[in-house]
Write a protein that binds this ligand. Structure first.
Ligand code: AMP
Length: 115
């Protein structure tokens, strides 16, 4: 077995971070290094899927649940509009191999992709 991911350690309370929302299968935290006025991470509780491609193939309902939580958080923390990013692979900037969605919101309209 590999080491638990940083997100599993947060979920289990080993690393301090406020869980700002959760459902049965998904939770959300604030990104420690925000890249937008609102920058949240939506994460499945299971560490089973390393990236969004594996998740989409293995459990599309869980991916749908993540998107639903991202949508509600964007409404709660910003004006409802948001950008959803899944870095997939180290070459694309993925550093944590426990699938997670970056939810960026608040004042993004001026930028195009990547702001
Ligand atoms: P990625 O680079 O797409 O794998 O995203 C990993 C994200 O996790 C980065 O944006 C980090 O800033 C964020 N991150 C790493 N450690 C923590 C932490 N302890 N609390 C919140 N966010 C974190």
């Amino acid at each position: 077995m590999s080491e638990p991911s940083i997100f599993t350690r947060i979920l289990e309370g080993e690393i301090p971070s406020e869980i700002i929302a959760e459902t049965d299968n998904v939770f959300a935290i604030r990104d420690i290094a925000p890249q937008a006025p609102v920058h949240l991470l939506v994460i499945p509780k299971t560490p089973e899927y390393r990236n969004v491609v594996e998740l989409a193939a293995g459990d599309p309902a869980l991916l749908t649940e993540m998107i639903g939580l991202a949508n509600s958080l964007a409404a709660e923390h910003a004006d409802g509009d948001f950008r959803l990013i899944f870095n997939t692979g180290a070459g694309a900037g993925q550093t944590v191999f426990h699938v997670h969605a970056h939810v960026l919101a608040g004042g993004l309209a001026e930028g195009s992709l990547g702001g």
